[in-house]
Design a protein. Structure first.
Length: 146
């Protein structure tokens, strides 16, 4: 079983059991963002967690084994057309240079890690319409000079 097949099995089981990603993450013992990403094939899940997930969803050891495999990250080769995902691309297109300039001004020449990284997604209630709050927190990594 590969990661795509495992993700499909997980989504079917999640839907059948009427569970949310938050509920699954709480049972697994990891954050909702990381757990969802691992379930969708973008992170490898240590055996301890993949076994908990498979027990919760009544999935076999082949799913657990697929979850443990290192992924090929960022499998999209073109800009996605899904409106929600595309908006994140649009944000980077519009504000990418601004983010780069501000990060370099505050930290120097380097990058924000996507490895030593956390992300949280929150719902912020607002009388004018609920808002999405995404917080990304990555370690700053200066470029090495030699």
């Amino acid at each position: 079983m590969n990661k795509i097949e495992a993700a499909e099995a997980i989504i079917v089981a999640k839907t059948d059991k009427k569970l949310t990603w938050e509920q699954i993450a709480a049972e697994v013992g990891m954050s909702p963002v990381w757990t969802t990403s691992a379930c969708l094939g973008q992170n490898s899940m240590p055996k301890e967690y993949s076994d908990k997930l498979c027990k919760l969803l009544h999935l076999g050891p082949e799913v657990s084994a697929a979850l443990q495999e290192p992924p090929y990250k960022g499998t999209e080769k073109v800009v996605p057309t899904d409106p929600l995902i595309y908006r994140f691309y649009e944000i980077v297109q519009v504000y990418g240079d601004t983010l780069k300039a501000l990060i370099h001004e505050k930290f120097g020449d380097g990058i924000m890690s996507a490895i030593d990284f956390t992300m949280h997604v929150e719902k912020v209630e607002d009388p004018k319409g609920d808002r999405v709050k995404v917080t990304m927190n990555g370690k700053f990594l200066p470029y090495k000079k030699w």
